[in-house]
Design a protein around this ligand. Sequence first.
Ligand code: J2J
Length: 537
Amino acid sequence: MRVEHFNNWQVPVQQYVQKGYWHTKTLGQELKDWAKRYGEAVAIVDSNNRLTYRDLDTAADALASGFSLLGICRGDRVLLQLANKAEFVVCIFALFRLGAIPVLTMPASREADIDALCAHAKPVAYITTSTHLGFDYGPMQQRIGRKYPFIKHLISDDGRTPGTLALSDIRGTQPTDLDEPEYQDTALLLISGGTTGTPKLIPRRHTDYAYVARATAERCGMNHNSVYMAVLPAAHNFTLCCPGILGALSSGGRVVMCQSTSCDEAFELIESEKVTHTALVPSLLNLWLEAREWERADLSSLQLLQIGGAPLDPSVAARVTPVLGCRLQQVFGTAEGLICVTSPDDPPDVILNTQGRPVCADDELRFVDANDNDVPPGEEGELLVRGPYTIGGYYEAPEANSRAITRDGYYRTGDIARITPQGNLQIRGRIKDQINRNGEKIAAVEVENHLRAHPLVQDAAVVGTPDADLGERLCAWIIPANGQHLTLVQLYGFLEANGVPRHKFPDQLEHIEAWPVTSIGKINKRKLSEMSAPFHS
Ligand code: J2J
């Protein structure tokens, strides 16, 4: 079965192929090429493994035929919830080879997220681990498996969860007669931070994903001597493909998997593995800059630090090179496609104050007003985009697509931005109802729905408000039922019991008797956000 791409627009496939953006290869075939070219070079390092390109290729083949013997085939979705370990990379390539589609979810996701994802993606298998950073995944995996009969296989990467298949036992040897995927097929489904209460899945093609990896690796100056360290979750588009894991592999470089975001582990790995490239969100950068004051690891191998996912304060940006000794690259990225980056040789003013240029000359950017009319060049507007690697629609979501995609195939980012006279992007704000907490995108409505389910809550509105550590903190406003009082502790207990992941818990809880409203009677979230400022209450 092939997953069809929703599109309002005739994608100029031949043009993309002729211009060299799209190779007529799947990601599984790309790995074969890399293995031929870089064979004995080390591809992936984690705390237990050092896999060469040849090892990775062989392991992916063996696992692909094992999956195939289990009955997993082209077009099947497989939910993958793995930490930054070599198994993550082996699994995705095994699935790419089969044309089965990994649905990449974060280790931090909890039952409410996983449940909603399964209901939408209908995976045939759920692959996760036993425990990671103190959380026991087994019971959640079992409950999800019992709830959804279409999940035929529960698999654990370390074989320690009773009642699951161990990944290491899923190996085939005989060449299987595969219905092989094609280069334009959906390779993987990424999860959108979204603005709705239900998850939206982002289908990325083999060919466009491979293109982004190559193009961003080039803009980062990666080559076979590069060592990329994955600190943010591997399941995130930034870490996986911008250039991340796939960009390093397509350059013949080495990928080092860092299991936590703590400076202790990361700084030690930079020193021991001579890491040259890595990527962080701004809130983590702040911690790294602080830690550098007392942590004396040798970071001299680091050439380029990418920062993206949330606005970066220019004064913080200016500290990167003096404190960490490497160059800075600002990245504006979306899992839906468009990536803009500054170049290492841009003047400092561009690197500190802009998010750079799109990675492809054929990325078509528009900046529009509330009526979808183009604003004059250089003025602020909502950023719309289409091009060789931006989606034309979410997976099986006609309603969301009619809002998110224009009639002529542009994706609405929900970001307010402008282009400087030199052609660099500057993100100026956001119109989507989303909170960007620590670089994690949280749909306000999703948290509001969880809050409204509490018996002491009559109505709820969730807003983001500036926060020195988190970028934005999540502030929940409630109209309590019958004038009662709800404490944060009570709320946390409730959310935890309902399987809401920790990063979606409100940082602040405020009570109000009636909503401030806009001139057309909608809840005035801007006002609520202002009222959430520190010490207001
Ligand atoms: C302000 N807001 C930004 C930036 C993203 C690389 C880097 C990031 C992502 C990512 C990614 C921003 N300044 N520099 O996928 O490959 C906000 C915008 C955007 C949304 C996308 C990558 N960089 N943002 O963050 O899909 O609001 O991708 O629309 O998670 O993050 O979020 P996401």
